[in-house]
Design a protein around this ligand. Structure first.
Ligand code: NAD
Ligand code: UDP
Length: 345
């Protein structure tokens, strides 16, 4: 396969974690803009299928590698996005030491690569660095409330250390490192067995299985559609001047988990009962981004409402699981217009 020539307009962009949920949507957007993309992924929480459609093209290259191993790239690289890290609690807790090392050693390896190539670097950090927050909504100047010995610490503390590495690299002039703090994001390319709330509820409803709510369901999250997030990531990466500050990216619309379950049941009418299970240790009670900084610096805000974003997301899970809404519905058919309705919810 002939490689596409890189003209001054096109950049070579390395996306670590590029086969994952967010990463593969980012790769699509970059390729659509005409850039050459090198996707580095160990496939530990994703599937090659997410980028299969890009593999045949001349502007996409896939490298199967764990970022905990040092990386070399035999061509100039202009930008590096680091999205490589399991993001779902069951996935990141399965091998906690590797999760921590992915954020620390992996980010360090990618920052070294950025330094050698003079590439701009963007780190996918997380709202989890705020822990179980005592301030609401969360602004970037809040230092957080993380239990460093709990089961979520491998992820939260790893991401906090990765932010430290980025800002140290910036201060020492080693890399033009930028940091986004991503709040709960959903959309097509999530794995059906990923274990996060949006995928769990939709897949359970489609299968007619009980919808699992951990605890009372009164805890809140703020859900951002993946295309909105990808737009924000690219805006920060391409900002002329590095703001030298972390930037929250998320949708400030805040929902209880019980409200999300009701919305899913409305959009996928099914006989599924609600089943309450034990609340995981250290589960944050409230989470909502203050996006003033993203609005000001990036002129960014999310455009997709939760109800509208769930439409393509449900369609994705129907395709992935082979279970349709129509079959899930007790009457065997969907009420008119349930998915077509536009709303601000
Ligand atoms: P994901 O699990 O779908 O994708 C992560 C990708 O990274 C997968 O393809 C996985 O195989 C790869 N990966 C993991 N460890 C690796 C390693 N050591 N070496 C190479 N590849 C590795 O998760 P996602 O939701 O797409 O999240 C992407 C990034 O965004 C993560 O860094 C996550 O922490 C961050 N983030 C996501 C959310 C969200 O709601 N989706 C929220 C906050 C932060
Ligand atoms: N949750 C739930 N049922 C599930 C999966 C998750 O009630 O089947 C809850 C979980 O306890 C948390 C919220 O939904 O309060 C969001 O969980 P998720 O794993 O999606 O993300 P995170 O906790 O990292 O925000």
């Amino acid at each position: 396969m002939m490689d596409m020539p890189v003209t001054p307009q096109t950049k070579t962009v390395l996306v670590a974690g590029g086969a994952g949920f967010v990463g593969s949507n980012l790769c699509d957007a970059l390729v659509a803009q005409g850039h050459r993309v090198i996707c580095v992924d160990s496939l530990m929480t994703s599937s090659r299928q997410n980028v299969e459609h890009l593999l045949a093209g001349p502007s996409f290259r896939f490298v199967e590698q764990d970022i905990c191993r040092p990386l070399t790239v035999d061509e100039p690289v202009h930008q590096i996005y680091n999205l490589a890290c399991p993001a779902s609690p069951p996935a990141y807790q399965a091998d906690p030491r590797h999760t921590l090392m992915t954020s620390v050693i992996g980010t360090s390896n990618l920052l070294d690569l950025a330094r050698r190539h003079g590439a701009t670097f963007l780190q996918a950090s997380t709202s989890e660095i705020y822990g179980d927050p005592e301030e609401h909504p969360q602004r970037e100047d809040y230092w957080g409330h993380v239990n460093c010995t709990g089961p979520r610490a491998c992820y939260d503390e790893g991401k906090r250390a990765a932010e430290t590495l980025c800002f140290d690299s910036l201060r020492t002039g080693d890399a033009d490192a930028r940091v986004v703090r991503i709040f709960n994001t959903y959309g097509p390319r999530m794995q059906p067995d990923d274990g996060r709330i949006v995928s769990n509820l939709i897949v359970q409803a489609l299968k007619g299985a009980p919808l699992t709510i951990y605890g009372t369901g009164e805890q809140t999250r703020s859900f951002c559609y993946v295309a909105d997030l990808v737009e924000g990531l690219m805006r920060l990466m391409n900002l002329q001047e590095n703001p030298g500050l972390p930037v929250n990216l998320g949708n400030p619309g805040e929902f209880t988990i019980a409200e999300l379950a009701q919305l899913v049941l409305e959009m996928i009418p099914t006989r599924s009962p609600i089943e309450h299970r034990a609340l995981p240790v250290d589960d944050p009670k409230r989470r909502c981004p203050d996006i003033t900084r993203a609005r000001t610096l990036l002129d960014w805000h999310p455009r997709m409402s939760l109800r509208d974003g769930l439409v393509p997301t449900i369609a994705w899970f129907e395709q992935k699981t082979g279970h349709s809404r129509a079959a899930a519905s007790p009457a065997g058919r969907m009420p008119e217009g349930v998915l077509a309705r536009q709303s601000l919810v």
